[in-house]
Design a protein around this ligand. Structure first.
Ligand code: ZN
Length: 195
């Protein structure tokens, strides 16, 4: 265990500093980190982390605690609270909290520096043609015959592609192996196969 982790566990009493859950706690170095200063890091659970990182849909009910955490004296907590409140500001309670919230100029500049707060609803998820969330390792079926340039690849409609990989930073693309070749496939042309 690192010294930072130890410090944070003590401060948080071994609970997620956001939602108070005790599950799977990890240190979150508030971007753009990295930092070893406890004031700039918080200890949080997987549920909070996944939504902060846009790996899961934002569940506004989960975040009601922000109206409390925004009053924290820890700058890292203030920054995360401010960013999440901004992402939730279509909710009236979040908007009201933001109106009341106070950040020092320095902390506000930090909070704005990643641009995270601008993405109200743009969750970074790969979805198939039906809007079903795709994950690495999934099996998909092609819903359109693909013409892969420069190859004789036979990627017909209905082809099953196992063990796909998500292309990072592009939710419209996945990678999959067809006839032994790894190709990039557009998510809009696949359907997730459920067992
Ligand atoms: Zn949590």
């Amino acid at each position: 265990m690192t010294k930072l982790e130890e410090q944070l566990q003590k401060r948080s009493d071994n609970k997620c500093e956001l939602c108070q859950s005790g599950d799977a706690l990890k240190v979150y170095e508030v971007p753009p980190g990295p930092t070893s200063d406890a004031d700039d890091s918080i200890l949080i659970c997987d549920t909070c982390r996944a939504q902060i990182d846009k790996k899961a849909e934002l569940d506004s009910k989960h975040w009601r605690f922000l109206s409390d955490t925004m009053w924290s004296e820890v700058p890292g907590m203030q920054v995360v609270s401010w960013r999440m409140l901004n992402r939730l500001k279509q909710e009236s309670w979040a908007m009201e909290s933001l109106d009341m919230m106070y950040l020092s100029d320095e902390t506000l500049a930090w909070a704005k520096s990643t641009g995270d707060h601008d993405n109200d609803d743009a969750v970074d998820l790969h979805k198939d043609s039906n809007g079903t969330v795709l994950q690495s390792g999934d099996t998909v079926v092609l819903t359109k015959s693909l013409d892969v340039k420069g190859t004789t690849l036979n990627a017909k409609l209905g082809t099953v592609v196992k063990n796909i990989r998500l292309v990072e930073n592009n939710t419209e693309q996945i990678e999959g192996k067809i006839e032994g070749q790894v190709i990039v496939i557009l998510t809009k042309y696949v359907r997730k196969q459920t067992v």
